[in-house]
Design a protein around this ligand. Structure first.
Ligand code: ADP
Ligand code: ZN
Length: 523
């Protein structure tokens, strides 16, 4: 996992730099490579394919940018979003690096000028959306580039989008398999922030990478602390507290456009200047929000998860989700926007057992109408929907789980790490290893009620139990949480149709006959 120490640059001594480091300093002003970068760059320069799985903020873009400069040729970059590409192009142009983005919005004059620059070999980086490969003129362009040898590399950014197992499948990415055939001699580098082993295998197979160098760096981020809590009926005080603790910029994620606007308004009423951002806003307001976020000292942005890809603000001190995220992979990417500067940052999830149901519906609806927040990219076919539901359940298992958050999240992407010592679970364990409450009296009440009823939907059951006289008391959310826990632990079963109809399973029946203490954290 860790990159070879031989490959790492000298610690601090500015000593004699090699050619690559000189190029790095010359073009970007930086003196050292970050872990993982050099190996990928060297592979690409040697003409070798590469799969680079490096966490958010690791500096993936440099891996394909520097080879273009060193070889004084063109690298073609495939990236999923025009906004993301334009952002990168602007950053490069500010550094005086010739970069451009070929997209549908280009006027014919601009297009001609761009093609001329390419032909005259004056361009170093050309960004393309994957659907551009469908266009005949783009294929022609590729042919021309190949025949005159100007094309020195191909890069596929967010490469996990090619895998149906990934959290953000995009059918257009499937076309990229042709790249290898169209440009046989050109090294191809695929990049992603999170890719479970299955997704990695998919990337290599579908992009037809040849004996690629696989460079994987742990997704562990030692400066982030995760906490996940049940969302109270009024989450505002908790959100305000988290904002108070936050040292720099804060990102608050809500699921729908409507709740983004409501939350921004609510925060403003509470005296916090909060700016909304979602895909339904007009481009001008979005640009304003973006500028605000990039330039203010401590901005608070309320957004759908569509916001954030490619947004490069190092001092984000808080990423707060107001709903259950859609998948562990997606969550790692979203929470990974915190603390890119290496300083401590908080990642908070407030969730409700009902989130899965409403998210599930959104995923289903995505078949007809795109919804904000990634769900819009989900393919309507049945398998995809089932997969999305499964990912949601995996995320739910992390949120409702007992153990270390970081451990659970990383395990979900195929990486095993020890408990982090920073998350809410680890801290609670440290504070008082025995403070876990024994839930068995509650469990018995719940199981008995379910047995009497012979099955009941989660909402109805929670409502009923909350209204019931006598101990143990508890509000609806608490009962619903407990029922979800018991589903996780297989004492209860749940219908597959999204109605969350619960029934007793054998272990549940056995538990009623002979209960034992069940110690869990309070959510
Ligand atoms: P990723 O795509 O992996 O999330 P980026 O490519 O956006 O990361 O890079 C993250 C930040 O790190 C950017 O601000 C980039 O300019 C900076 N960066 C990348 N490589 C280096 C380096 N070797 N030294 C210093 N800063 C770097
Ligand atoms: Zn932990």
């Amino acid at each position: 996992m860790a990159p070879s120490p031989l490959r790492e640059p000298q610690e601090s001594a500015p000593g004699p730099q090699d050619q690559l480091e000189l190029a790095l300093t010359g073009a970007f002003g930086w003196t050292q490579f970050r872990p993982g970068q050099r190996a990928v760059i060297e592979a690409m320069l040697a003409g070798r394919d590469c799969l680079a799985v490096l966490p958010t903020g690791a500096g993936k873009s440099l891996c394909y940018q520097l080879p273009a400069l060193v070889r004084e040729g063109l690298v073609l970059v495939i990236s999923p979003l025009v906004a993301l590409m334009q952002d990168q192009v602007e950053q490069l142009q500010r550094r005086g690096i010739a970069a451009a983005c070929l997209h549908r919005g280009l006027g014919s004059g601009e297009r001609m000028a761009l093609l001329r620059r390419i032909r005259e070999r004056r361009l170093r980086l050309l960004y393309l959306a994957p659907e551009r490969l469908r266009v005949e003129s783009t294929r022609q362009l590729l042919d021309d580039l190949l025949s005159d040898g100007g094309l020195v590399g191909l890069a596929v950014d967010e490469a996990h989008c090619i895998s149906a197992w990934g959290h953000d499948f995009r059918p257009d990415y499937r076309r990229l398999g042709e790249l290898r055939r169209l440009c046989p001699g050109v090294p191809l580098v695929a990049l992603s922030a999170t890719a479970a082993p299955q997704v990695r295998a998919d990337i290599i197979r579908l992009l037809q990478l040849r004996r690629p160098l696989v460079q994987v760096r742990s997704a562990q981020r030692r400066n982030l602390s995760y906490s996940m809590r049940l969302r109270p009926a009024d989450p505002l005080p908790e959100v305000l507290e988290a904002l108070e603790r936050c040292r720099g910029a804060a990102l608050i994620y809500a699921r729908t456009r409507r709740s983004v606007e409501q939350w921004a308004a609510q925060l403003n009423r509470a005296g916090v200047e909060a700016i909304p951002y979602h895909a339904g806003m007009d481009p001008e307001s979005r640009q304003l929000a973006l500028t605000h976020f990039q330039s203010q000292p401590r901005p608070v942005l309320v957004a759908t998860v569509a916001f954030g890809m490619g947004v490069d603000r190092p001092d984000v001190g808080l990423v707060l989700h107001l709903d259950l995220p859609a998948s562990p992979e997606g969550y790692l990417q979203e929470s990974g926007r915190a603390g890119r500067d290496g300083q401590p940052a908080e990642c908070v999830v407030l969730f409700d057992p009902a989130d899965r149901v409403s998210l599930g519906w959104a995923i289903r609806a995505a078949g007809q109408a795109p919804t904000p927040g990634g769900a819009g990219t989900i393919d309507p076919d049945r398998q995809r929907l089932e997969l999305a539901q499964r990912q949601l359940r995996r995320m739910e298992a992390v949120a409702e789980g007992e153990g270390c958050r970081e451990q659970a999240l990383l395990l979900a992407v195929g990486e095993l790490v020890p408990p982090c010592g920073r998350c809410d679970r680890c801290l609670a364990q440290e504070a008082d290893p025995r403070s876990r409450r024994d839930w068995s009296p509650w469990v018995q009440v719940l199981l008995e009620r379910l047995q009497e009823r012979g099955g009941r939907d989660l909402r109805g059951l929670a409502e009923e139990l909350a209204a019931r006289p006598g101990p143990p008391r508890g509000d609806e959310a608490r009962w619903a949480w407990l029922a979800r826990r018991l589903v996780q632990d297989a004492l209860l079963g749940e219908s597959d149709d999204g109605a969350q109809r619960l029934h007793l399973r054998d272990p549940g029946r056995r538990y009623l006959q002979q209960p034992w203490p069940l110690r869990w954290w309070l959510p």
